[in-house]
Each structure stands twice: as C-alpha cells, then as structure tokens.
Design a protein around this ligand. Structure first.
Ligand code: PMP
Length: 316
C-alpha cells in the first residue's frame, strides 16, 4: 500500500516476496522514518488459522506513526491486509503446536527527501515467515545481563513506539551480551539508572509471592501486547499485578522473573547478572507462575481454551 503525506492509504495488493526499490534519498534510509510490528498466526488443531489481537498491533502502529510524522493505515485496513497475506501464505503455517507464522508489517517513509523533513510518500508492506522458538532455549530459562552504561530509551524519546532506530541502538549491547554467553540484555532507566525498563525485544515481569510486578508504561518502554494480555490473564487467575517502578535491587529477592513478547511468548529467566554478581531463580529457573501463564496464553493462542476475552480472530 502506498500514500502521499496528508492522504489515506488505498488498498494494497499481494506481491511475490522479493527486493523492493527505494530512492537513496528515501526518508527511512536517511532519517529513520520507519516503524514495524510483529504478530503471529497459529494453526488450530482443526486446521483453522488464528490471529491474536491484531487490532492492538494496528493501534500501536498508528500511535507510533503519529510520533514519527507518518500517515498510517486504518485499524481495519491493517487487520484486513494481515488476514489476506496470512491466507495467501497458508501453506507456510506449521502444524498446530509446531511453530507459527510470524507476520512483520512495516511502515516507512519511501519518498525522497534531502533536507531533514518528513518524506512525501509512504509505503506500508507486510511479509511473513514460519518461525519456531525465539530463544533457542524454548521454555527453558534464559539468562540476562543488566546493562549499566548504555540505555535503550530516554524520557521524551521514541522508546515507547516500535521504530526501527530503537533496535539499531541495542545491537551493540545485545551482541556483547551474547558473546559473553547471555541470552539478552536487561535495560535500566536512563535518569536514575536503577529502575528496570525492558529487554531488547520483550517486557519483563518480577514475581514475589502472589504479587507480580512489571514496569509501568511511561513512554520509555514498549507497551507490549503480550504484556497487556498477561496482566489480564494473571489477574483472572487470582494474582495481584502491580505496574510500577521496580528497582534493580528488587531482583535480588524475587521468586521468579519472566519476559513477555510476541516472539518470545513467555520466557522464564534463569539468572540475571548485575555488576559482577549473578542471581539465579528456582532450581531449574522455570518458575510455577511463568509455567502457568505460559500454558494459559499459548492454549488460548492455539485455540485450545475458550476465548473469554474475545482476543482471537479466526480466519476460516
Ligand atoms: N519490548 C520491545 C522493545 C519489543 O521489541 C517487543 C516486541 N514487540 C516487546 C517489548 C513485546 O511486545 P509484544 O508483546 O507486543 O510483542
């Protein structure tokens, strides 16, 4: 789909996957005018295809587009385009329980612009790929290192939207963490340097007794759709959930820690390294709360349990 600044997107068309042509002066290449989303299609045991809250991705993309001076497709256009591309690629959706089809919508300033300004033309495209688990560990624990020098986002910046530049900024810390044997990086806030923010591509939750904490959304962390859903699922299962500031020291006496995201689903955290010390969780790192919430979410996404919240969009 294409549109000019100040206009609306018209209906797009399906195209075979391949390279796209861009002007060297495209807004996305020069000034980072790009936003993306990530969602998954799951195969139900009866062959149906299920999407999980695609309207939430559309709403988040629109919020980001507003911040980045970009026009965006309507929620309906977004969801219809996702449905169309998933159905056209049905053969790539793995059998139930064996993976999913990852869907990557991308909105960009594709028009040429030389001086710093919003591009005059925009492109919205979606591509898909079958995927397995994001972390090679699966529902086995992941290991995080707290980053104390570099930050993912600053107040008033773009940390709360899914713009491409946020991800370029974490490549260095993430690669360094992986080279040391960690699965990913846990970022702290850039002002006090002591409050938990999030991991490179997922949100974080801390469990202490019957209470589950997660950093409040204040513009510097991505408002994850899995995060929002897990809060509701946890509350419906009787947990008390608090969205608030969490100091890095609170990790020391937590019972469990887990991460949430479309790609990672729920990943239990086995250990966290901070300033040379390492805290481990549980005997094998896969806590009961993480396990329970993982089963609740994945059974819902795969159509194994009743969709009481009306979150599932079935394509057939
Ligand atoms: N934080 C960041 C930085 C992310 O990239 C993601 C993945 N979109 C998330 C959190 C989790 O968001 P969601 O649950 O919507 O996938």
């Amino acid at each position: 789909m294409k549109c000019s600044q100040g206009e609306n997107f018209s209906k797009g068309e399906l195209q075979r996957f391949g390279n796209i042509e861009l002007s060297p002066c495209a807004g996305i290449l020069n000034y980072g005018q790009g936003l993306f989303e990530g969602l998954k299609a799951h195969r139900k045991y009866d062959g149906n295809i299920l999407l999980f809250r695609p309207d939430e991705n559309a709403i988040r993309l629109r919020m980001g587009a507003e911040r980045m001076c970009m026009p965006s497709p309507t929620v309906e256009q977004f969801v219809e385009a996702v449905k169309e591309i998933v159905l056209a690629n049905e053969r790539w959706i793995p059998p139930s329980g064996k993976g999913s089809l990852y869907i990557r919508p991308l909105l960009m300033g594709s028009g040429a612009v030389l001086g710093l300004a919003p591009a005059t033309e925009y492109t919205f495209l979606i591509y898909v790929s079958p995927v397995g688990n994001y972390f090679k560990e699966g529902l086995a624990p992941i290991h995080l290192i707290v980053e104390t020098e570099m930050h993912r986002a600053t107040p008033g910046g773009t940390g709360g939207i899914k713009t491409i530049g946020n991800y370029a900024g974490v490549l260095k810390t993430q690669s360094a963490a992986k080279a040391k044997g960690f699965s990913d990086v846990l970022y702290l806030d850039s002002v006090h340097k002591r409050y938990l923010e999030e991991v490179s591509s997922c949100n974080i939750f801390v469990v202490k007794g019957n209470v589950i904490f997660t950093p409040a959304i204040k513009g510097t962390i991505l408002p994850g759709i899995t995060r929002k859903s897990i809060i509701d699922v946890a509350v419906s299962q009787g947990y008390q959930v608090e969205e608030r500031l969490i100091t890095v020291d609170e990790l020391l006496d937590a019972d469990e820690v887990f991460c949430t995201g479309t790609a990672v689903v729920i990943s239990p955290v086995g250990s966290i390294a901070y300033l040379g010390k390492r805290v481990s969780y549980g005997r094998d790192g896969v806590g009961l709360v993480s396990q329970q919430l993982y089963s609740a979410l994945t059974s819902l996404q795969m159509g194994l349990t009743e969709d009481k919240m009306n979150w599932i969009v079935a394509l057939k």
